[in-house]
Ligand binder design. Structure first.
Ligand code: GRG
Length: 348
């Protein structure tokens, strides 16, 4: 469903429609509506979860982290022969996006006392895996979408063949990049991270979630199946981002598992909110086609439970996530608290 403010452009010989990109986190966090919700959340959580309030500028934090990650991503993938492949990979990887997964990865490393440089290649790898999953998700054989991050999808510009292959190349490169570009970290941590990445992507993670999602289209599915889809398709990579950041930062096993619980909660909340935004936001705000779930008759949280109940579930998941941070020094936990609240109250 396209909004009237979209403009028509021509890419190659394919007529496409461009929309304004979904603005990065830092732009929207300070909007007054979200600001009020964040404030309300902070009061609630300080009463119930005992995380002490601290001064924290989320907007400038995300801006700084996104610029570190964007520079590293740009450098990680220079244009070379065959140019069409690297152009296609860079087209999607450097197209913006909120950079939530790399931010979580670096914040977890920070929280456990690590140097963020130790986790930077892993943070970039999270964005590579996320981006390749979006490229494949948008293909005609899957969700068949024309817009992503406010511009025509990869296959609309480069064709299905190159989009498939650039996703494949980006996935394999994410593993190579962690192994090759991580410095000053014991090899054992790197192996653990690569193992977590494999688990998050494959038949225990994104691919499993996507398969069940596709096979559930046009079927009546219950909350258990829907939760399986969300936990695997979306939460797995958010979990991987947090856990791998903590491992690279040298966290104890106990801390890694505490942060895993935080991440699974925000991961599930992320997709519940995504379901709500699909029916409450416009294509222009989302930077991707709105009301898509309705159009293809997908089961979602709002469809099963209604928007208000879905909103309550997301609120509780965010609250439970923040509870896992109880016991950490408040100033150090502030970025992960703010990221959880952002995920729970985002508008795109
Ligand atoms: C082989 C890894 C691999 C994947 C293939 C296609 C597929 C299997 C899985 C689909 C995974 C998918 C697209 C899940 C949706 C996750 C989601 C809610 C994406 C939106 O994330 P945002 O809002 O997007 O962070 P930006 O653009 O801001 O980065």
């Amino acid at each position: 469903m396209l909004s009237s403010r979209q403009s028509r452009t021509l890419t190659g010989n394919v007529a496409v429609t461009s929309v304004k990109p979904c603005k990065p986190a830092h732009v929207r966090v300070s909007s007054s509506r979200l600001g009020r919700r964040l404030l309300a959340g902070a009061v609630l959580e300080t009463q119930q979860v005992r995380v002490q309030p601290v001064e924290f500028n989320f907007e400038s934090y995300m801006k700084e982290r996104a610029s570190i990650v964007n520079a590293a991503l740009d450098e990680s993938m220079p244009v070379k022969y065959p140019e069409i492949l690297l152009d296609s990979m860079r087209y999607s990887l450097l197209a913006g996006g909120k950079r939530v997964r790399p931010a979580l990865c670096l914040a977890a490393c920070d929280l456990v006392g690590g140097d963020i440089q130790a986790a930077l290649p892993t943070a970039c790898a999270m964005e590579m895996i996320h981006t390749m999953s979006l490229i494949h998700d948008d293909l005609p054989a899957m969700d068949n979408d024309d817009f992503r991050r406010g511009r025509p999808t990869n296959h609309k510009v480069y064709g299905d063949d190159i989009a498939i292959l650039s996703g494949d190349a980006m996935l394999s490169y994410s593993f190579e990049y962690v192994a090759r570009a991580t410095t000053g970290v014991p090899a054992e941590r790197i192996v653990r991270v690569i193992c977590e990445m494999g688990k998050a992507v494959g038949f225990n993670g994104l691919v499993a979630g996507q398969v069940v999602d596709i096979k559930s289209e046009n079927k009546e599915v219950g909350l258990d199946v829907l939760q399986f889809i969300h936990v695997h398709k979306t939460a797995a990579l958010l979990e991987c981002s947090v856990v791998c950041g903590a491992i690279m930062g040298g966290a104890s096993d106990e801390t890694v598992e505490k942060l895993r619980k935080y991440a699974i909660n925000i991961g599930l909340a992320f997709q519940v909110i995504d379901d709500i935004l699909d029916v409450t936001q416009t294509t222009e705000v989302l930077g991707k086609t709105a009301a898509k779930d309705l159009a293809v008759n997908k089961t979602t949280y709002p469809k099963l439970l209604g928007i208000e109940k879905s909103r309550d579930i997301a609120d509780n998941l965010i609250k439970e996530a923040i509870q896992q941070l109880d016991g950490f020094e408040a100033a150090k936990a502030a970025p992960l608290v703010a990221l959880a609240k952002f995920i729970g109250y985002r508008q795109c």
